[in-house]
Every structure is written in C-alpha cells, then in structure tokens.
Design a protein around this ligand. Sequence first.
Ligand SMILES: Nc1ncnc2c1ncn2[C@@H]1O[C@H](COP(=O)(O)OP(=O)(O)OP(=O)(O)O)[C@@H](O)[C@H]1O
Ligand SMILES: [Mg+2]
Length: 220
Amino acid sequence: MGRPFLELSDRTPVCFGDTRQIYEVSDYPGSLVRTIRPERVDAFGHLVGKNGMKRLRMAGCYQGFARELAEYLIQSRRLHTQPGFLLPFAHIYGLVQTDMGTGLVMEKIVGEDGELAPTIGHLHAEGRLTDKHQAALEAMFERCRGLHIVLSDIHANNIVYTEERSGRPECVSVDGFGERVFIPIHRWFASVNRRKINRIARDAAASLRRPPAQERWGRH
Ligand SMILES: Nc1ncnc2c1ncn2[C@@H]1O[C@H](COP(=O)(O)OP(=O)(O)OP(=O)(O)O)[C@@H](O)[C@H]1O
Ligand SMILES: [Mg+2]
C-alpha cells in the first residue's frame, strides 16, 4: 500500500466554483474533494491577481482551506465534550495530496436524490425558494450567532439546503466560513461577530426578495 495520492486530472469535477473545483471520489464515500482550479494559480502558488499585502498570506491559494480548517478546529475545541457535534457548515475531514495540488476532503451535503444539495442561489434562480428555505436560512444564522461561528464570504451559492443531514430542514454553509480579516476581531468578540451576522442576514433577506444576482452578503 502506497501513500494516498489521488489522481484527479483525468476525472470530471462534479461542480465548479469561481476558484475551486469539486470532485467525488469513491475512496472517500460521503465526502467531496476540493482543489483549486489550476488556471487560478500563479507560478508562486498564489491566486492569480492577488497582489500586495495579500501575497504575505503564506498559504497562498490555500488560504481559504486554512481559514475553514481553523474555524472547524476552533469549534472542535469549544465542543470537545460533545462528540458527534453537528455544525451549520460542512465538516472538514482532512487534506489529501492529488495531482491537482492539495485537496480538502469535506462532508458532502446531499439533497433527497443523493446528489449535491441545491444552493439557496439555485433555488432562488429557479423560483423554488419558499418560506421553509428562508426559515432554515435564518435558523442557520441563529446557530452561527449562538456557536460564535465566523462567516466571512457569504452569498447565496455558498449555502445549500438539505433535509437529509439531520432529518429536518437545514441550511448548511459549504464555503465562506472562518475569519478573513488580518486582526481576527470577529473571532475575539462575540458581539462584533453577532453584528456581522446580523448584517449578513439583513442583506440575505433583502437580496432574496430581489431578482437573483451574484451578491455577497454583509460586506457593508
Ligand atoms: N460540501 C459540499 N456539499 C455540497 N455541495 C458543495 C459542497 N462544497 C461545494 N459544493 C458545491 O460546489 C459549488 C462551488 O464550491 P465552492 O463554493 O467551494 O467554490 P468556490 O470556487 O469557492 O466558489 P465561489 O468563489 O464562487 O464562492 C458550491 O456553490 C456548491 O454548489
Ligand atoms: Mg463558493
């Protein structure tokens, strides 16, 4: 048995984001492997177009992985007496080397057909968003306030809706959690974090009343 090294380059991703591509791999059932899209990475391992101070971030194109991992570990510490805890964001299972760079192995959130759960953005775009989705979204924000989870880059396609994960309606953040700013004030102060989540929730409610658009919530 050799070291785990995944060959992904001849597989087709199940989904593409702006920066990442998502693979389903039979070696990791119930999980997804996320890698950074190669065309978004420069020769130094930074994201193309990130200049100045942003290049001081030592993890470069993997900074997002570091942010999500850190948030997962912070929650693991807080909840260490509660084995089996369930967070309102996709759980992180680990890192794996692949021929597409380091991959983040994470919980796959599924819909009733077993496929990737729909995002709030997709439901909105298809005119399928109902009160139960909006209530689940507000419940997710409320759990994030209560657990002091930092949300930094939230938009409608970073949140998915499922009833399969816990057997009840639920919104789960699949991207955009974890502290983004250099001085981690949201991590340090629950009150500052709550205000930020209030802004995100307010923007979300307003944005979901308008025609679908790619808007980041809580940025102002
Ligand atoms: N753990 C997951 N479970 C289910 N679906 C997921 C998961 N992670 C990602 N997805 C799907 O893949 C899409 C893209 O993933 P992701 O948000 O990580 O990419 P991204 O490049 O960061 O996107 P963007 O920069 O546009 O936010 C998501 O919008 C979602 O539909
Ligand atoms: Mg995303």
